[in-house]
Each structure stands twice: as C-alpha cells, then as structure tokens.
Design a protein around this ligand. Structure first.
Ligand code: HEC
Ligand code: HEC
Length: 433
C-alpha cells in the first residue's frame, strides 16, 4: 500500500472573521472596557442580521449581542494571528522549517494537536487506514491548509498544482487549547482554555534557523508545558507552566503575579510582546514599550477575546475521578486545620480581588531567578482552584507533580501537622473542585 500525502483542492480557504473596530485609541483601558464590550457586541449583532432591533434596552437583543461577541472572540482565540506572521515567518522562518522537516509525527512529538472536526471524511479515513503519510511534511502543510492544526495558521498557495506554505503564524489556541484525543492521540475535538501541557514551545522555536546555538540551548531547556513570557524582556531564564484560560470570570487579577486587573491587559501583552502581533504594549512597571509594525491588529479584538475567555468555565471533574467521602473530609481540612481557605477563599478559591501575596507565600519560592521579581507586581496571586484536577503539574514553576504532592509541600513548609490520611483526604477534595 503506497502512503501518500494528500492535497486539498486549490482555493480551500480559511475562515476570516470580520471585525468591527470602534475607535479605541483615546480610551482608558479598564474604565472603558464595559462600554467597549457593549459597543462591539451591538456591532456584531447588527452584522448578524439584527439591524432593526432596539439597542441596549431589549434584554433579548443584549443577550444576542453578548452571544455574538463571545462567538467572535472564539474565532479570534482560535484563528487570529494579529499579523504575527511578521515574527514567525519573516523573522523566524518557521514556514520553511515546517515544510521541510515537520511531518505530523514530529508535530505530535512536540505537543501540537489536530482538530478532528476540521478534517473532511476522506482525510479522516486516510489517517485511520494509514494511506495518509504521517511522516511527510507535505501532510502537515495539507493539515495547515485545512486550518486543522490547533493554534497554527498557515497560508498555503498553489503554485503549478503544488501546495506551498508561504506564511505561518500562531494564535492563542496554540498554548491555551488542547484536544480530547477522541480520534487518536493528539487528534480530537478542541478543548479551548485547557492549557496544552504537552506543547513544548521552546523546542518548537528552537527549530528556527534564525536562532543561534546559545539561544537554542536556553529554549530546549524549557520543557513541555512551559514557556517563559518574560525571557525576551529581561533575558533571564525560567519558564512557567502554561496556565488554563478558563475559570477566570469574576477574578480581577490576571497572571500568576496578578499583573493586570483584567484579561485584556495580559492578552495585549502576550499578543504583542510574545506572539509578535502588530500593535503596541507599554508597561511602565516593567519599563517596556513595544510597537510592532505600523498598524494595530490587536486593540479592537481585545473585548471579544476577553468575553470568550470569560465564557469558559472550569471543567467539572470526570465522573468517578475522586472519592466523595474522602473529599468531604478533605473539605473540612481545607477550611480548618490546613488553613487553605484563608487564601483560597470565595467561589473561585482565591483572595485575588482583595490582595496579592509576598513571594514567600508561594510554595515554589525561594527560586532563582524569582518569577515574582520579574513581574510588574513582584508578588503572587493566590491561584484559583476550580478545575485544578485538570492541569498538573502545579505551582507556577510546575514543581509539584500531583495534588498529593502539593498538599505534602504545604504540610511540610507551613508545619501544618497533617496526618497522611488528612493529606490524602485534602488531595481528594482538590480533585473534586
Ligand atoms: C507560547 C504560549 C502562549 C501563547 C501563544 C499565549 N499564552 Fe497565555 N499564557 C502563557 C503563559 C506561560 C502564561 C503564564 C504567565 C503568567 O501568569 O505569568 C499565560 C497566561 C495567560 C493568562 C492568565 C491566566 C490567569 O490565570 O490569570 C491568560 C488569560 C492567557 N494567557 C490568555 C492568552 C491569550 C488570549 C492568548 C492569545 C492572545 C495567549 N494567552 C497566548 C502562554 C501563552
Ligand atoms: C498564604 C496564602 C495561601 C495559603 C494559606 C494556601 N495557599 Fe495555595 N496558593 C497560594 C499562592 C500564592 C499560590 C500560587 C503559588 C505559585 O504558583 O507559585 C497557591 C497555589 C496553590 C495550588 C496550585 C494551583 C495551580 O494551578 O498550580 C494549589 C493546588 C494550592 N495552592 C492548594 C492549597 C492548599 C491545599 C492549601 C492548604 C494546605 C493552600 N493552598 C494554602 C496561596 C496560599
């Protein structure tokens, strides 16, 4: 049986979302966020055919507008590169690397995921029965043409009947989505907001021919599920785990160190300073002001992008994944002898909205270099715990492999005097959140 890479019909197009762009430039980010959300939502709803509906007064139309905004944000989260091809194509030349050496098996080995729902039946069958060659980079290019590689957006042009990858960029989904493996390992339905802890961003970037050996060494040392969003700012090296982008509704301190009051703050930072999107970010506390390009492809998208993330609830624990009786005992320890609830308080299990904590309150400290010391606040936010079962390892540096290990660390460092039964019960409770 001959294996072959598959080709898509020329002109297979990737979906593009039209965006309304309210004039944002003079607006103060946080104060005007809500006004923006409404404005963009109304624009989006109008675009969807609700043109004559009353604006703002009618509850149904407000709800429809909100839904449209969230849907728009989903498209941005999954498919928008903010023009970061300038970095990933023009500077890093990743399109050449992908087309020449990144066959699908290699892609899976560095944690890339494929969206099964983007695969036409014939292709899905070809993967199932082995007639599609997963060892050919041409197959990767074909998958990119289908917009099926989670978080990577390729432009594929057909030249003399052959597909050529001419541009490549990344989206938020690269790090903050995974798949449910329902089709095969690495191939399944998208799970937006779930951190991709298989993804090895350092190893991926290190494939670039534009990176020197010293830098490759740094990048290759990061490891799967981790990324250092401050390395290119301060030159220091210590990655953090990729966190979930779900379960953040009602929390007004974003990132491990609570740098921003809303998701938009950090999304702008990441889109411009890390992804290489076109636009600007400035952060006086870190003494940075970055502008990429001469257009702004970021600002107008932030309200919708934020609305989508706020719509992503933490996933409930899978049925049968914890012992309910033990979890109930663990709850009493969480609120009592473990003193966990003094910081992990309220519905999201965090006191983030009222205070941040000195570095010593993180069980991962002291570390060198300290992540807090590299941040805008120089402190840590109490991590919200909803859905915590889903994303080991724990703490910002991933130093605790499991939830029992988290509890053991607290027990030792904070001298809680918990018995091994208490520790097991408390871990069961954490699994149930
Ligand atoms: C290369 C991987 C990568 C990409 C791409 C990426 N992020 Fe992140 N993201 C991270 C890491 C690592 C952190 C942790 C930083 C911290 O907390 O200090 C983070 C933090 C966050 C947080 C904070 C979560 C919390 O608990 O407060 C949100 C929200 C988020 N990212 C959303 C996004 C969005 C939206 C995009 C696209 C604009 C994006 N990220 C692109 C790696 C990535
Ligand atoms: C003094 C405040 C404080 C107390 C008390 C506290 N925590 Fe935390 N917790 C934090 C902070 C701050 C972090 C973030 C640390 C980091 O990532 O470096 C955190 C992180 C965690 C995490 C990791 C979450 C993740 O996604 O990585 C878990 C789990 C956790 N705490 C559980 C507990 C349990 C169980 C207790 C009680 C035994 C407890 N905490 C007591 C402040 C506290």
């Amino acid at each position: 049986m001959k294996r072959q890479s598959f080709a898509l019909p020329p002109g297979t197009e990737v979906q593009q979302v039209p965006l309304r762009q309210p004039a944002l430039q003079r607006m103060r980010r946080r104060r005007l966020a809500n006004a923006l959300v409404t404005a963009v939502a109304v624009g989006a709803a109008t675009a969807c055919g609700g043109g004559s509906a009353g604006v703002g007064t009618d509850a149904a139309s407000t709800e429809a507008a909100q839904k449209a905004l969230v849907e728009q944000g989903k498209q941005i989260f999954r498919f928008d590169t903010f023009g970061d091809e300038a970095k990933w194509t023009d500077t890093l030349r990743m399109h050449e690397v992908i087309a020449s050496v990144v066959d699908p098996l290699t892609a899976f080995s560095v944690g890339l995921k494929v969206d099964a729902e983007a695969l036409p039946e014939a292709i899905a069958n070809g993967i199932r029965n082995g007639t599609i060659d997963l060892k050919s980079p041409a197959t990767t290019v074909a998958l990119l043409k289908l917009n099926a590689v989670v978080g990577i957006k390729g432009t594929v042009e057909t030249v003399n009947g052959a597909d050529r990858l001419t541009r490549v960029g990344i989206t938020c989904a690269l790090c903050h989505s995974t798949v449910d493996n329902s089709f095969a390992p690495g191939i399944g339905k998208r799970l937006d907001g779930w951190p991709n802890r298989d993804l090895d961003p350092g190893a991926i970037i290190a494939l670039s021919p534009a990176i020197d050996e010293a830098m490759k060494k740094v990048l290759n040392a990061w490891g799967a599920g981790k990324y250092d969003p401050r390395h290119n700012i301060d030159g220091l090296g210590k990655p953090v785990v990729i966190p979930p982008a779900f379960g953040l509704a009602g929390i007004h301190r974003i990132t491990f160190t609570g740098d921003g009051e809303d998701i938009m703050y950090w999304n702008r930072y990441v889109a411009v300073s890390q992804m290489g999107g076109l636009g600007s970010v400035s952060e006086p506390r870190l003494n940075i002001a970055i502008t990429n390009g001469s257009v702004d492809l970021v600002t107008s998208k932030l309200p919708a992008l934020q609305a989508y993330q706020l719509s992503l609830g933490a996933p409930p624990p899978p049925a049968g994944s914890f012992d309910p009786a033990a979890a109930l005992r663990g709850k009493a320890i969480f609120e009592g002898a473990g003193r966990c609830a003094t910081c992990h308080s309220g519905p999201a299990f965090t006191d983030a909205n009222s205070l941040l904590h000195p570095p010593g309150d993180s069980m991962a400290e002291p570390e060198n270099p300290s992540y807090a010391a590299r941040s805008a606040t120089r402190q840590y936010r109490t991590t919200p715990l909803k859905g915590v079962w889903q994303h080991p390892p724990y703490f910002h540096d991933g130093s605790a492999a499991t939830l029992p290990e988290v509890v053991t660390t607290y027990n030792t460092k904070r001298g809680l005097g918990l018995s091994s039964q208490d520790i097991a019960d408390l871990a069961e409770y954490l699994k149930s959140l």
